[in-house]
Design a protein around this ligand. Structure first.
Ligand SMILES: Cc1cc2nc3c(=O)[nH]c(=O)nc-3n(C[C@H](O)[C@H](O)[C@H](O)COP(=O)(O)OP(=O)(O)OC[C@H]3O[C@@H](n4cnc5c(N)ncnc54)[C@H](O)[C@@H]3O)c2cc1C
Length: 175
C-alpha cells in the first residue's frame, strides 16, 4: 500500500485532467512541473515498456526528455513498497502544476528525496537524503538549505523562492 502515491494522484490538476491523463503519458511527457516523476524517482519505480524495464532513477534525462527511444511505449509502472512515502506540493493556483513538489520515501535504510517543479527536471536532494537516513526527523534537517543555482525562475516564482519552498515541503512531510 502506498497511500502517499494515491494522495499525489488526487492532487493532479482538476477532475477533468485526472480523468483523462494517464501515468504513462505524464512520465513520457516529463514536464518539469509534473507530480508523478517525483514518486517514480523517490520510490525507485520500474518503468516497463514494450521493449524493456527502465529504473526510475534513469528514466528522466532532462527538460521534457526521457530514456524512451523513438516509438517506445510505457506499458506499466511498478512502485515498490515503502515504510514512509509522502508527497507535498505547492501548486500553481491556476494550473495546479507543482511550483515545487517533494516526494520523500524510506525503504529500509534508504531515504530518497525527489524534487519536481523546482528544476528543469526531477532531481534528488542528496544532502536531505543523507540527513534523513541518519535520523528521520525534522531536527536532522536543521540548517539545511537547498542551493538555488540551476533552479527554475519564471513569472510565478524565482529560483530562491522555489529553493525555499522545497525546504518547507520536506519539513512538512517529515514533521
Ligand atoms: C490544465 C491541466 C492541468 C494539469 N495539472 C497537472 C498537475 O497538477 N500535475 C501533473 O502532474 N500534471 C498535470 N497535468 C498534466 C496531465 O496530468 C497529463 O499528465 C498530461 O496532460 C499528459 O496527458 P496524457 O496522459 O493524456 O498524455 P498525452 O497528452 O496523450 O501524451 C503526452 C506525451 O507522452 C506520449 N505518451 C503518452 N502515453 C505514452 C505511453 N504510454 N508511452 C510512451 N509515450 C506516451 C505522447 O506521445 C505525448 O508525446 C495537467 C494538464 C492540464 C491540461
Amino acid at each position: 500500500m502506498l497511500p502517499g502515491l494515491a494522495d499525489l494522484a488526487a492532487h493532479i490538476g482538476d477532475p477533468q485532467v485526472r480523468n483523462r491523463g494517464t501515468i504513462g503519458g505524464s512520465i513520457a511527457n516529463a514536464d518539469p512541473a509534473a507530480d508523478y516523476p517525483a514518486a517514480v524517482v523517490a520510490l525507485d519505480a520500474t518503468i516497463r515498456t514494450d521493449r524493456r524495464d527502465i529504473a526510475g532513477g534513469e528514466f528522466f534525462t532532462g527538460l521534457f526528455e526521457t530514456a524512451l527511444r523513438p516509438g517506445e511505449v510505457v506499458t506499466s509502472v511498478f512502485f515498490p513498497a515503502a515504510s514512509h512515502a509522502r508527497y507535498a506540493k505547492f501548486p500553481n493556483p491556476a494550473s495546479r502544476y507543482a511550483m515545487a513538489g517533494v516526494f520523500v520515501a524510506k525503504q529500509g535504510d534508504v531515504v530518497r528525496v525527489a524534487v519536481t517543479g523546482a528544476g528543469p527536471s526531477v532531481f534528488r536532494w542528496h544532502a536531505a537524503e543523507a540527513a534523513l537516513a541518519a535520523r528521520f526527523s525534522t531536527d536532522a534537517l536543521d540548517g539545511l538549505v537547498l542551493a538555488a543555482d540551476g533552479l527554475n525562475g519564471d513569472m510565478h516564482a524565482d529560483a530562491e523562492y522555489r529553493a525555499h519552498l522545497v525546504g518547507v515541503l520536506v519539513r512538512r512531510i517529515v514533521g
